[in-house]
Design a binder for this molecule. Structure first.
Ligand SMILES: NC(=O)c1ccc[n+]([C@@H]2O[C@H](COP(=O)([O-])OP(=O)(O)OC[C@H]3O[C@@H](n4cnc5c(N)ncnc54)[C@H](O)[C@@H]3O)[C@@H](O)[C@H]2O)c1
Length: 350
């Protein structure tokens, strides 16, 4: 492992030198200025698959002062990746994410195994297909040094399935699921499989923290992990309300973006509910509003995504966003996310 830093161990693991022993970034780490040293023990990260997610991860790790070796077999992938990193660099610099990093520390190969062989941590971002991931992880596992964590960005697959064909060290395979774009959104869901070692989980949590992310450990393998399930629960009811004619798409977007969504970006749903209970906190809310909430649950919808409903949702979005440029809207949203993260970084919010 090539690093200039003195080696540390992750507290409580007795593990080999790994990431995270240096100063941890704050929850909104991307927005914090100031030097965060490259994590001890992890100096070179392999990015396997350099599409939407892989390119964003690559830019983030480079900005954090790490060496990145990227792999993607698609024709023109290297040129696209270098262009993506160059395009993201001013944004990363603007949010204080560039910590002695440089795009020059990016190397590229078409061969995933070659990238993994020389890496201290592997972040896989290939296609979301089980057969592809299984074959890819079998190769990564055969090539990477023992103890090097193999993390998949998979949005919904289980590490147990992904590692099924790994015969060398399946205990270092886990899911490290980011939110798009990983260079901006702090959350990473770390989901171990049945075979995954505690040491690998701790290494991943420490590494992501050290590079400015906000990792959480998901305690059970479930389709969609955690945050996507929570989003899916909201979308299920939103689709149902449109289907029942109770609200338009625009009404629902307004309700969330100008209502609970504002608070959810600051504190989670439980902390917000606790605050709704005054001095009685969440215990009072559950006692007082629990029974009506149960009645609401019984009325919640369970829609199917029929072609008719899908057409209604698409037409609703088209009408709500008519005349608004998609790319410009995404840029304006992300600019506000950056401001919010910067503001949160100045607080001690949980
Ligand atoms: N797009 C999102 O919003 C999002 C968010 C979080 C996680 N993810 C997950 O990240 C992963 C990548 O998604 P994406 O949106 O970046 O997909 P993408 O299609 O943009 O990129 C996939 C890349 O993998 C490459 N690839 C194909 N076979 C490969 C191989 N054998 N070795 C190396 N690279 C290979 C492709 O050439 C392509 O560049 C998926 O598992 C997805 O579930 C996506």
């Amino acid at each position: 492992m090539s690093t200039d830093n003195a080696a540390h161990s992750v507290p409580g693991t007795g593990a080999d030198p790994v990431a995270g022993a240096g100063p941890a970034a704050s929850p909104g780490g991307d927005a914090v200025a100031g030097a965060v040293p490259a994590p001890a023990g992890i100096a070179r990260v392999a990015i396997v698959g350099t599409g939407v997610i892989g390119a964003s991860w690559a830019a983030h790790f480079l900005a954090r002062g790490l060496d990145v070796v990227a792999a993607d077999p698609a024709p023109g992938a290297e040129e696209r990746l270098r262009a993506d990193v160059a395009a993201l660099w001013p944004t990363l610099a603007g949010i204080g994410s560039v910590h002695a990093g440089s795009p020059d520390r990016l190397t590229f190969t078409a061969d995933a195994a070659e990238a993994a062989a020389d890496a201290d941590f592997v972040q896989e971002n290939g296609p979301e297909r089980e057969d592809v991931k299984r074959a890819l992880f079998a190769r990564l596992d055969a090539a990477a040094r023992p103890g090097v964590v193999l993390a998949s960005s998979s949005s919904g697959m289980a590490a147990t399935a992904i590692a099924r064909d790994c015969t060398a060290h399946p205990e270092r395979v886990l899911v490290g699921h980011p939110f798009n774009p990983p260079h901006l959104i702090p959350l990473v869901e770390v989901v171990p499989g049945k075979h995954t070692s505690e040491q690998a989980v701790r290494t991943a949590l420490a590494f992501y923290t050290a590079v400015g992310k906000k990792p959480i450990r998901v305690r059970r393998e479930l389709p969609g992990h955690l945050a996507n399930r929570l989003q899916a629960a909201l979308w299920r009811e939103a689709y149902s309300l449109v289907d029942r004619g109770a609200a338009t798409v625009a009404d629902i977007d307004t309700a969330i973006a100008y209502g609970p969504g504002l608070r959810w970006a600051i504190l989670g749903p439980f902390a917000n509910q606790h605050l709704s209970g005054g001095s009685g906190g969440i215990a009072h809310v559950l006692e007082h509003l629990g029974p009506p909430t149960e009645a609401w649950w019984r009325d919640l919808g369970d829609p199917s995504l029929t072609p008719e409903l899908a057409a209604k949702l698409v037409a609703g979005v088209d009408e709500a966003l008519a005349g608004i440029d998609h790319t410009a809207l995404a840029a304006r949203r992300d600019a506000l996310v950056r401001l919010l993260l910067a503001a949160k970084a100045d607080t001690d919010l949980p």
